[in-house]
Write a protein that binds this ligand. Sequence first.
Ligand code: SF4
Ligand code: SF4
Length: 474
Amino acid sequence: MIKYDVKSEHAAEFIHDGEIRETLKYAWEHKADKALIEEILAKAEKGAGISHREAAVLIEVEDKEIEERIFAIARRLKEHIYGNRIVMFAPLYLSNYCINGCVYCPYHAKNRTIPRRKLTQEEIRREVIALQDMGHKRLALETGEHPTKNPIEYVLESIDTIYSIHHKNGAIRRVNVNIAATTVENYTRLKDAGIGTYILFEETYDREAYEKLHPTGPKSDWAYHTEAMDRAMLGGIDDVGVGALFGLSNYRYDVVGILMHAEHLEARFGVGPHTISVPRIRPADDIDPRDFPNAVTDEVFRRIVAVLRIAVPYTGMIVSTRESQRCRELVLDVGVSQLSGGSKTSVGGYAEGIVDAEDSAQFDISDNRTLDEIVGWLLELGYIPSFCTACYREGRTGDRFMSLAKRGLIGNCCAPNALMTLAEYLEDYASPRVKLEGLKMIDRLKQVIPSEKIRRITEDNLKAIVEGKRDFRF
Ligand code: SF4
Ligand code: SF4
């Protein structure tokens, strides 16, 4: 019989089906256990996280008053750790050739109706210039899995191309990579190419459901896929981003799975995931979400985000333009710390004139606003849109980042970096209305930087940005 072992190198032992099912049963039986819930909330309040079992109870609670307390704790933790900063990024789709059979994704190998595209290095250049001209500094690269169309060499060459482009004041300063599970050797090559975070979604942690949803291709190997983050860590990548595609399977199972994955990485490598993504299934070419009966409502989705924020307070949480403006507001309030903006989910969607680009999208976008509109909206809501990429460029990754974050020291960097990168955005790309609002926010917030020395340097740098200098960071 397979036993649960958080430190094991085998997926079936650290994402242990029996432990997850026991946890879900325990949560169901204790969903109205007031004493236990109070104990969990008191622990949550301290900001050092809660276990997958405790999180499962909070997911199950039905009492509306307790739900409001869960939201309030998540909000307080988020404000304490992240302040009002929201880190901005955009996806860049390189290729939609794929040999896998994921039934929820229009790029699956058997879909004959979607145009297949792979960007040349010249097309990547055009895409990156278009992204730089919007103001983006941080990208997430996306490709399907294909050994001859998208080999690792193509991904590495594309990363080099992206980092080499400097159009006007533009620069992509952090390239995160979301490609199929691969070998330790390939992860080392990605690390050497200077990637930020390696991102790979588990889709669903439920092995039985996973195997039905991934009937063909290398991704159908659940254990190889689930052990990918271990290989990434062994290959030297210490910032990894996990996630599940909510709506594919039972969300309770997947919340517990995400947290057991985080506990495993922490136990085995001393550092949990850098980010958690919480996508929900969306319509696309050949995909109708009504075929997936496990859809998650906005209300449940908000609870999931809040409970994850409480369980792993120092892990960034990402929501994409799959979600509507309204839903993004709901989840920003209780835990999300990174947003994409102005995104295109097609291959070649950013630059003008790339043929068939729109038709090659991986999913339909709900939030179609431009980056400038999103920046303006965040400012109106009282958030600071941040284009900061400082940590990985200063070598603050993995356990170094986590140890600073847990001691509350990372905030000394985040706040001034957010103000300086926002100032760059306002100077180079913002509309007049957004610029005005942004400058007011910067003026107000620079006064409240706690360290006098950092405040003084920030003020000098802000003046230098107006004079045309760029790329200051703490
Ligand atoms: Fe391919 Fe990824 Fe789509 Fe699966 S989810 S078909 S691996 S692109
Ligand atoms: Fe993120 Fe580091 Fe920048 Fe803070 S300083 S926003 S943690 S990159």
